[in-house]
Ligand binder design. Sequence first.
Ligand SMILES: [Zn+2]
Length: 332
Amino acid sequence: MILRQFTCRAVVNACTQARIRRLAGSREMAKPSSDLAAFRDFFAKAENIAILTGAGVSAESGVPTFRGAGGFWRKWQAQDLATPEAFSGNPSRVWEFYHYRREVMLTKDPNAAHKAIAECEERLGKQGRKVTVITQNIDELHRRAGSKNILEIHGSLFKTRCLSCGHEEANHKSPICPALKDKGAPDPNTHDAQIPVEQLPRCERAGCGGLLRPAVVWFGESLDADVLSRSHEVLDSCDLCLVVGTSSVVYPAAMFAPQVAARGVPVAEFNMENTPATTHFKHVSFFALFLLVCGFPLQPFLSLHFCLRFHFQGPCGTTLPAALARHKSEPN
Ligand SMILES: [Zn+2]
């Protein structure tokens, strides 16, 4: 009985895999390549490059994320404080957290990956070619490295939004207001500063004076519609897509990479991990079978899991400069 189940499953699974291959096309289905020369051939011809970047790029500059094991500020992690509810319940504590993060950024610098992206944008720009960074990072390290064409889908630590008039603006003051000076220590024994709300950062527009909040996208909030639509425009027109410091199968790249791959545009992943697209193939096959049996369409799922043409494992600060360096076909 058990043997028959295994045999049936093996046969059905083989059929499913064949169907997946037909649906996905042989190129997407193949194991992602780590052939740098082959990637460089696409890079040399690309006119419009989209680069999606995630936390891994910032991590290589030592930027804390306050998520995962050991990622605490006092007793909390980002998901406890980066919410509208946390801010309305205790704006002083949330501002201490963001003030600390802003001050920490004064001690961090763009790394070789940020610099390679910025240098590539400038160099290709002179050739009439375009590079756009779509980042989930809020630390402005891309900007500091020299990138100009940036879409910050989660906003910025260095922008504020007024809760009264809605005005949003850049703010690089240190400290952001006198009452937060020397506050925000991350030690778990630190007591809340309990700063009165009128002494927290306030709007400086004439006649307003409303409470400011960090202009970042908090948990439970939607992405900015304008930034999102501009991101989709970039992804609909790019002819090469890089996914850097995040996985192509987790948010936010999973939201974007499939739409690129669906047009047959190469997607290259640069991160520390082994690519899930290859290591999870067996699990994917079983899940695909389940979808087929339940009558769900396979195409969106396939493009999500098999969108990778290339995968380069290692620190982005090592892999990216080699990938984006001047190609021999480029003018000097
Ligand atoms: Zn205002």
